[in-house]
Design a protein around this ligand. Structure first.
Ligand code: FAD
Length: 358
């Protein structure tokens, strides 16, 4: 039986662990803290490729509407083509860990894989799946850790306790100058929400100060901050995903959406793919197989993002207004389900969006 070590108990690692155990592999998962205790996320579960379905644990509600504000406010209903749930990630990950354990995965918590330990694992196990996020332990051993800083969106976020009943069932995204990115209000319940800000292009702005201003603007300054965190979202897939017997998955592989910063779905998909490729003796095809599934989505999102950032917010607002007025949903346009090329091919969008720079 092949022995697999998984580094990191986030979405990528837990999905790989379950897939591995179900496939009859011997799986050990190492997590630096306790599963579910090291989470940096707004907790929106975007199943953009319709490959994952409803999360099995921790669901708070299915998102029914997306509120998008640029100059004006636009509310887009989420039809059944768009699978977005608000989840409690701690509960979700703890549920997945329990499931993995019941399938025979050996989960070892509160152990950090250091460079030295990593080298031992490489010798001891047939395969390693590095799902340690950004900055991955593999990158520290192989010397490409700078890659993540150079290619990541930067985020800051508060979890707030207060009255969010008016947001329940919807998520809110606001694009505003003078940074390239957006801020979000993602309610987890009527009394709690993640409110954060992400910047996709480097800036010297103090993001925490910007986020405090967002709280003021949204009338949330008096709400109690129960958690404060931020982090990198690596939005450029690494060209190389296999190092000796180590496969990178999730954020470690740079799979976060370059358009909206979501990475749970691609983390799960890559964790599952890594196991499938090991199982079918196709590790040398892992990069290609993953590209076949994810590149269309990730490249489409990047193309849309790059075209949008060359416009001022007034023009972006005008484009969204036209899309909104058409009465069609974001699902019809493929904007949030991996078919952005379809959206980019629309005549009206081609007329308004600048041509992609060659
Ligand atoms: C502020 C913020 C908001 C976000 N909001 C969303 C969102 O709403 N929706 C969405 O889809 N995505 C969101 N993302 C992105 C999403 O959180 C990540 O893409 C996703 O968590 C990636 O999963 P992963 O398993 O690859 O890595 P991670 O979730 O980062 O998990 C890595 C795990 O590895 C462990 N680990 C790290 N190093 C070691 C080591 N040396 N030894 C042992 N264990 C180790 C960590 O403790 C952690 O548990 C957000 C990101 C940020 C920063």
């Amino acid at each position: 039986m092949q022995k697999i070590a998984i580094i990191g108990g986030g979405p990528a690692g837990l999905t790989a662990a379950i897939e591995g155990a179900k496939s009859g592999l011997s799986v050990t998962l190492y997590e630096k803290l306790e599963i579910g205790e090291n989470i940096r996320c707004a907790e929106g579960f975007f199943d953009t490729l319709n490959m994952l379905g409803k999360p099995r644990y921790g669901v708070r509600f299915k998102v029914e509407e997306i509120e998008l504000k640029i100059k004006s406010k636009y509310v887009f209903p989420c039809d059944d083509k768009i699978n977005i749930w608000m989840i409690d990630r701690r509960e979700w990950q703890k549920g997945l860990a329990e499931e993995a354990r019941s399938l025979g995965v050996n989960i070892i918590e509160n152990i950090t894989i250091t460079k030295e330990f990593f080298i031992e694992l490489v010798w001891e196990y047939d395969w390693i799946i590095d799902s340690s996020g950004a900055i991955s332990i593999t990158s520290q051993v192989y010397g490409f850790h700078k890659y993540y800083k150079d290619t990541s969106a930067v985020t800051v976020q508060y979890t707030l306790a207060g009255d969010f009943s008016e947001y329940y069932g919807r998520i809110k995204l606001v694009l505003e100058d003078p940074y390239t990115g957006y801020y979000w209000i993602f309610p987890k319940s009527k009394n709690e929400a993640n409110v954060g800000l992400g910047v996709f292009k480097s800036t010297k702005l103090n993001l925490w100060a910007k986020l405090d201003r967002v709280l003021e603007k949204e009338g949330l300054s008096s709400y109690k901050i129960t958690k404060k965190m931020g982090g990198l979202c690596p939005t450029v897939k690494l060209d190389r995903l296999v190092y000796d017997n180590v496969l990178l998955a999730g954020d470690a592989a740079g799979l976060v959406s370059p358009l909206h910063g979501g990475g749970i779905d691609t983390a799960c998909i890559s964790g599952k793919m890594a196991i499938q490729n090991i199982l079918h003796n196709r590790v040398d095809c892992y990069e290609r197989d993953l590209s076949n599934i994810l590149d269309r989505k990730l490249e489409g999102e990047r193309e849309l993002f790059e075209r949008l950032v060359s416009l001022n917010s007034g023009v972006i607002d005008y484009i969204i207004k036209i899309v909104h007025r058409s009465g069609r949903t974001l699902g019809d346009y493929g904007v949030l389900n991996g078919r952005i090329h379809k959206f980019l091919q629309l005549g009206i969008i081609q007329a308004l969006l600048p041509t992609k720079k060659k």
